[in-house]
Design a protein around this ligand. Structure first.
Ligand code: BG6
Length: 488
């Protein structure tokens, strides 16, 4: 791994504190950082280097899965960390930043490999990228990389505008777009599960699969993010990125090689085959909902419109379910259902593959009805894979009943998404980052849905907090003779 400088914009912010510093520390503990690295944290606060290091130490004590055991280890981790106060909109400041970085590079003999992580509000993405270019920070003799995280735009047009600006300063292969769902170990595992197991691979098509259900339900509400969320809704917050990424990872075909390029090529093909929705037809395939008051784990919670900062007549979607079709011969006739919502019954991200139940009538004479086989991939908060099979229960006079075989291995101390993603970015492996084409095609699919929501072309169903979402979401599957598995 090559030595490098990690330039973190937004170093005193929430994401840095909760995720980025802990991820760096855990990588350091596992010897997964280059032998020599320098970190320059940038923020608006007045911090000395010592105060900055104290801030990082507190972040590790509170949020890291491993706590620094002794001072000497912490000291060697933080040895090259420096802080630089900068107003990111002021060009002049970038010159002193460049100087600081160059001094460190010379002091530690680090080649000009620079990784810029923009952990800042999205309106600064293009400003910073262009300033990096104009100040000469980006004119390195080594490599340069840019890491950014959603939202990438607010709709198709703004996403394209943003990308045009970013691409003036960075090449596509230098931009690492984080979708933290792609960093989740079980989402990364989808690749191995589907590709490294010929048994499953053989079944991965419309001959054997009846439907695919991707759920990301949360128990939390809007929290303190109303000013963002009330303009975004679940469609932008979760569907355009995380849900469609999980769909791509589930539906993609075997790539020629397991390389970033081939995998991203296959993902892109999924998006290109996704049947577009016409605005007028959105109501037939998409359900939107908003949580009302209710109870979660015996706690009474308020409805979305009562949440602080939310407009009392807000029409923002906190729940979206949709039926999608992939127009490619091996997925013809297989609906992909996605759904995501806040203030639902449980926190669960999972992918359920329902296999065709071709033996349903075989046991009619015995008055038995075998259930479909299900492959259940639990992504979050627990990770695991299980398979629902039918068997005779000797304790119940040999009645046929489903049994779930669990292949979950011990998942204690699994690296977090940011650890895996940062490690990949440091190594220059972009497999689990979103390519611009994936992002753009996702916005293209979502755009008519945004417009239909905006024009209120479909109802906004209320659902009680603590439920599995609106009744209409159940009906969406019922229309096709299916049901959401694992609901109560
Ligand atoms: C974020 C969304 O991207 O993902 C949040 O902005 C959401 O609204 C979060 O709560 C869910 O992530 P996770 O990892 O908890 O499933």
């Amino acid at each position: 791994m090559e030595s490098m400088t990690f330039v973190l914009f937004g170093a005193t912010g929430d994401l840095a504190k909760r995720k980025i510093f802990p991820a760096l520390y855990n990588l350091f503990s596992d010897d997964k950082l280059p032998p020599v690295y320098s970190v320059v944290g940038i923020g608006r606060k007045e911090f000395t280097d010592v105060e900055f290091k104290t801030f990082i130490e507190q972040s590790l004590q509170t949020f890291s899965r491993r706590k620094p055991e002794d001072n000497s280890k912490l000291e060697s981790f933080l040895r090259t960390f420096r802080y630089c106060r900068l107003d990111v909109t002021e060009k002049e400041g970038y010159q002193s930043l460049l100087k600081k970085i160059q001094e460190r590079e010379q002091e530690f003999g680090i080649p000009e490999n620079r990784m810029f992580y923009l952990s800042v509000a999205p309106e600064f993405f293009d400003v910073i990228a262009l300033n990096i270019k104009e100040s000469g920070l980006g004119a390195t003799k080594g490599w340069k990389r840019l890491i950014i995280e959603k939202p990438f735009g607010h709709d198709l047009k703004s996403a394209q505008d943003l990308n045009n600006k970013l691409s003036q300063a960075f090449e596509e292969n230098e931009i690492y777009r984080i979708d933290h769902y792609l960093g989740k170990p079980m989402v990364q595992n989808l690749e191995a599960l589907g590709f490294a197991n010929p048994v499953l691979r053989t079944l991965w098509n419309n001959q054997h699969i009846a439907n695919v259900q991707i759920t990301a339900s949360e128990t939390v509400g809007v929290e303190e993010r109303a000013s963002y969320y009330d303009h975004a809704g679940a469609i932008r917050d979760m569907v355009q990125n995380h849900m469609l990424q999980m769909l791509m990872m589930t539906a993609m075909h075997l790539p020629k090689q397991i390389t970033a390029q081939d995998i991203r090529h296959e993902k892109r093909k999924v998006m290109e085959s996704l049947r577009p929705l016409q605005k007028a037809d959105v109501g037939n395939h998409v359900v939107r909902g908003q949580y009302g008051p209710g109870k979660i784990n015996d706690y009474t919670v308020i409805g979305y419109r009562e949440e602080p900062g939310v407009d009392v007549s807000s029409m923002t979607d906190t729940f979206v379910a949709a039926r999608l079709w992939i127009d490619d011969p091996s997925w013809e006739g297989v609906p992909f259902y996605i759904r995501t919502g806040k203030r639902m019954r449980e926190k669960s991200t999972r992918i359920v593959i329902e296999f065709k139940n071709t033996v349903k009538d075989l046991y009619i004479a015995q008055n038995e009805s075998p259930v479909p086989n299900l492959l259940i991939i639990q992504v979050n908060p627990h990770e695991g894979v299980s398979l629902q099979l039918n068997r005779k229960n000797p304790l119940k006079s040999g009645h046929i009943e489903p049994v779930t075989v669990d292949f979950t291995s011990n998942t204690k101390d699994v690296p977090e998404a940011y650890e895996l993603l940062l490690f990949d970015a440091v190594r220059g492996d972009s497999t689990f980052f979103a390519h611009w084409k994936e992002v753009e095609l996702s916005w293209k699919w979502v755009q008519p849905v945004l417009e239909a929501f905006e024009e209120n072309l479909l109802p906004l169903h209320q659902y009680p907090a603590g439920s599995d979402g609106p009744e209409a979401s159940r009906q969406l599957l019922e229309e096709d003779g299916f049901q959401w598995w694992l609901d109560k």
